[in-house]
Design a protein around this ligand. Structure first.
Ligand code: CA
Length: 229
């Protein structure tokens, strides 16, 4: 995917760009209103990630309104500050397709982008599977062996990230970058703690463990020598 990111906070812009590039997207970044608008009008993208508050005398709302007036139909995901409900409404009125409230995790951003850029023929395949464990990325239903499993938001994001990368070893750093908020100060043993919570829910009540700790490297779901996935 080719994406345009208009975001003035360098830390957030860098983290989003890096994460999306790992997902094999091309990301062009603009740091203020006027250059963002010029890019949005000057080139075609699969989606635009647009911060609400921008320097340069033109904010996200104006950019969105202007590109819609000029006939640009590219999906726009608007980023808004926490709790500003009026911002969301204004954003949607200005022609944004969806909004995401800061702070958000990379997985949330990715899920919204996937939903926005999904072509009609891609509406299937929203369920991820590892052995008898399934996760529906639209309804957030998680089941193992037909039994519903209830997860907290962080547990869900963690499991989705693991399942999207099944049979692959993911480092703690990788996991932190994808699952937790960009601004969150988290310790490496936070990941261990959440892995413990997940194990208690998705592995402990069942005979066969799906979550594996790979000493010195990180974690993996599925792919054990008995071929469970
Ligand atoms: Ca901003």
């Amino acid at each position: 995917m080719k994406l345009l990111l208009i975001e003035d906070e360098p830390k957030i812009a860098r983290a989003i760009k890096m994460g999306l590039e790992q997902e094999r997207s091309t990301v062009e970044v603009m740091h203020d209103g006027p250059s963002g608008l010029a890019a949005a009008l000057g080139d075609s993208y699969d989606a635009i990630i647009l911060d609400r508050m921008l320097p340069g005398g033109m904010d996200g709302l104006e950019i969105c309104e202007t590109i819609r007036e000029k006939g640009v139909k590219t999906p726009v995901l608007m980023l808004t500050a926490k709790g500003q409900i009026r911002d969301r409404v204004n954003g949607l009125n200005a022609g944004a397709d969806d909004y995401l409230v800061k702070p958000f995790s990379f997985e949330e951003l990715l899920a919204r982008l996937r939903a926005l850029t999904r072509r009609p023929h891609e509406t299937n395949g929203t369920t991820l599977h590892v052995a008898d464990l399934s996760l529906d990325t639209i309804s957030y239903d998680v089941q193992r062996a037909g039994k519903p499993i209830s997860l907290s938001q962080t547990e869900y994001s963690l499991l989705e990230y693991l399942m999207r990368n099944k049979n692959r070893v993911l480092s703690k750093t990788n996991i932190i970058n994808h699952v937790w908020d960009f601004d969150a100060d988290i310790l490496p043993n936070t990941v261990e703690a959440y892995m413990g919570y997940l194990r208690n829910k998705i592995d402990k009540p069942f005979d066969k463990p799906l979550l594996h700790t790979v000493r010195g490297f990180g974690y993996r779901i599925g792919g054990d020598p008995n071929g469970d996935s």
